[in-house]
Design a protein around this ligand. Structure first.
Ligand SMILES: NC(=O)c1ccc[n+]([C@@H]2O[C@H](COP(=O)([O-])OP(=O)(O)OC[C@H]3O[C@@H](n4cnc5c(N)ncnc54)[C@H](OP(=O)(O)O)[C@@H]3O)[C@@H](O)[C@H]2O)c1
Length: 252
């Protein structure tokens, strides 16, 4: 029997990187899937990769009206949710002097507010032994120059996972986080930085990493599978770091 047989899973930000790799693994393990994203080309390509039985929905992660519409579509098609993976996020690095109020609000809306209200609005659909998984980031503890708002949004998520872990376990719903370090994804490579700057960042990070390389989306997806499945039945309010050890050498 596959590890997610009979389970219905929603993955926000499932059209690229960690979310897409997780969608493929969940599907291979028997789950029925709903994934979200924004970019039309990535939505179309994910639909082809995941097949017509996967519900691929354009939904803005930070917009409460769109979250309501997403939940309505899931309710109509599936009636319940067993796995909720809050993975959509933006980083938009910038020095503090350049960050506008609109940019600040967008990062917090997509990464934190959207995740909070997606969980809230999914509650009526969540089955009583559902697994909620949130993608955080090691920057929520290590910090990262030019990523202050992003790192703070991920720190807020880490805190939320603890409170909701306590608050929802009474219903049997487990809430946990996956905390990636540097992962070689489309999103990482699409950051608005000159090619030579990106290459210098990658060389620097790989050099400082105990494992001497970036992680892959598939390596993170395997941890998502653990948290989604009954294998993690006794794991509640936890944040699992998947970073090749780099936070060990970043933290004091
Ligand atoms: N890669 C890393 O090194 C790393 C490290 C630590 C944490 N993380 C976290 O891991 C998660 C996945 O990152 P990734 O590297 O796999 O990124 P990615 O390849 O860019 O994938 C991000 C996904 O989120 C979606 N998304 C972004 N903004 C959205 C919005 N406003 N509404 C709906 N969907 C939205 C994207 O869809 P569109 O492309 O259509 O917008 C895409 O499907 C994120 O939470 C990220 O913060 C990544």
């Amino acid at each position: 029997m596959a590890r997610l047989d009979g389970k219905i899973a929603l993955i926000t930000g499932g059209t690229s990187g960690i979310g897409l790799a997780t969608a493929k693994l969940f599907k291979a393990e028997g789950a029925q899937l709903i994934i979200t994203g924004r970019d039309e080309a990535r939505l179309a390509s994910a639909q082809i990769e995941l097949g017509s039985e996967t519900l691929v929905i354009r939904s803005e992660a930070g917009n409460l009206t769109e979250i309501d519409a997403l939940m309505s579509r899931i309710k109509d098609r599936f009636t319940k949710l067993d796995v909720l993976f809050l993975n959509a996020a933006i980083a938009n690095p910038a020095p503090i002097e350049d960050v506008t109020e609109a940019q600040f609000d967008e990062i917090m809306a997509v990464n934190f507010k959207g995740a909070f209200f997606t969980i809230q609005k999914a509650l009526p659909l969540l089955s009583n032994n559902a697994s909620v998984i949130v993608t955080t980031s090691i920057t929520n503890q290590t910090g990262a120059p030019n990523f202050g708002v992003y790192a703070a949004s991920k720190a807020a998520l880490r805190s939320l996972v603890q409170s909701l872990g306590l608050g929802l376990i009474g219903r049997g719903i487990r809430v946990n986080a996956i905390c990636p370090g540097p992962i070689d994804t489309g999103g990482f490579n699409r950051m608005a930085l000159p090619q030579e700057v990106m290459q210098a960042i990658k060389t620097d990070i790989s050099g400082r990493s105990p494992i001497k390389r970036f992680g892959t989306s598939e390596e993170v997806a395997k941890v998502a599978l653990f948290l989604a499945s009954d294998d993690s039945a006794y794991v509640v309010g936890e944040e699992i770091v998947v970073d090749g050890g780099i936070s060990l050498v970043c933290l004091p």
